[in-house]
Design a protein around this ligand. Structure first.
Ligand code: HEM
Length: 294
């Protein structure tokens, strides 16, 4: 499978500025005509686009492996689902380009899809989470990234991907009030050197999420970015996977649903949103929506 069949924003290195957009279906919309128009007009240079299960259902179709994000009641607390019809993630060097792309998208979807949620994101300290820890260290690279993130075969499916999106809100005042050793034990890495702490507790995030400790292994391509408003901040978690099971098995273990041990992250952070989307492949520079009959 050629990586050129995938939306380029999936495998590309992160850019400094992002914007996450989520849309619902407008009442009475002709979703097939609207999605066809969007497919033709969407420029993959803007970012990545994904289709949610409610939209696929409205089209009378199915995409194997796509489902709605499951709401969970877990030892960690509630894991919400805010599943919607359509998701886009804009990636840019500056906000001028984000603004221009947003205007074009708004006119492309006008009357058919309503903007439900938007969040601006940014690269912090060269790729750290706002907690101060390097994010993305153990991401698979090159061929391993392709194997983890992209569907390898199938007509109209090869090169496509699934994305799991979850907005987390951090209580940084609480986190920063903890001693450094306790903060490091929550993550399982040292903030100053990024070295993994072999003796970290089972609740440490990198112990809970250790990709090779799953059977089969749960490698995923994480492309999360921080978000911050004046009074709130956190992480827009995004991971591309060839199967949503990879993400869901890790989330369940983090939430304590496997063995009752809750990921230390929940000490200072909690998920506010949750959605799964199918990111169609690309043919000759345009989204290929043939799997949806378009
Ligand atoms: C508050 C939200 C989160 C924060 C701040 C966070 C932060 C981090 C950090 C600092 C690392 C270590 C460096 C690295 O390898 O990237 C890491 C690793 C990782 N995280 Fe998260 N993460 C969050 C949520 C999640 C979620 C929801 C998942 C998946 C369900 C996840 C999956 C992973 C995986 C697979 C690794 C690599 C583990 C390994 O194989 O070593 N994370 N995360």
């Amino acid at each position: 499978m050629k990586p050129s069949l995938s939306q380029p924003g999936i495998l590309a290195a992160p850019l400094p500025v992002g914007r996450s957009l989520v849309f619902r279906i407008a009442p009475g919309a002709d979703v097939a005509a609207a999605l066809k128009k969007l497919g033709k007009g969407f420029s993959t240079s803007w970012g990545v686009m994904g289709v949610g299960e409610p939209l696929v259902r409205a089209l009378g179709r199915t995409i194997p492996g796509l489902r709605a994000f499951p709401e969970m009641t877990a030892p960690a607390g509630p894991i919400p689902s805010t599943q919607q019809a359509l998701w886009m993630f804009l990636r840019n060097r500056d906000r001028t380009a984000t603004f221009d792309a947003t205007m074009e998208i708004r006119s492309l979807v006008a009357g058919a899809f309503v903007l439900e949620d938007a969040m601006d994101t940014f690269l912090y300290a060269g790729g750290k989470d706002l907690s101060g820890y390097e994010d993305g260290t153990e991401n698979p690279r090159r061929a391993a990234a392709i194997a983890a993130a992209l569907i390898s075969s199938g007509k109209g499916l090869a090169g496509s991907s699934f994305v799991a999106v979850q907005r987390w809100a951090h209580d940084l005042q609480l986190f920063q009030s903890l001693p450094r050793t306790q903060r490091d034990a929550i993550i399982g890495r040292r903030a100053d050197t990024n070295a993994e702490i072999a003796t970290a507790p089972a609740s440490a995030h990198v112990k809970r999420s250790a990709q090779e400790s799953y059977d089969p292994p749960a490698f995923m391509l994480r492309r999360s970015m921080p978000w911050a408003a004046a009074h709130e901040q956190g992480l827009e978690f995004m991971a591309y996977v060839e199967s949503l099971d990879r993400f869901e098995r890790v989330l369940r273990r983090m939430a304590g649903l496997d063995d009752g041990i809750v990921d230390g992250l929940f000490t200072f952070s909690r998920p506010l949103t949750g959605g799964y989307y199918w990111c169609p492949p690309v043919t000759r520079g345009r989204l290929n929506l043939s799997c949806l009959g378009l």
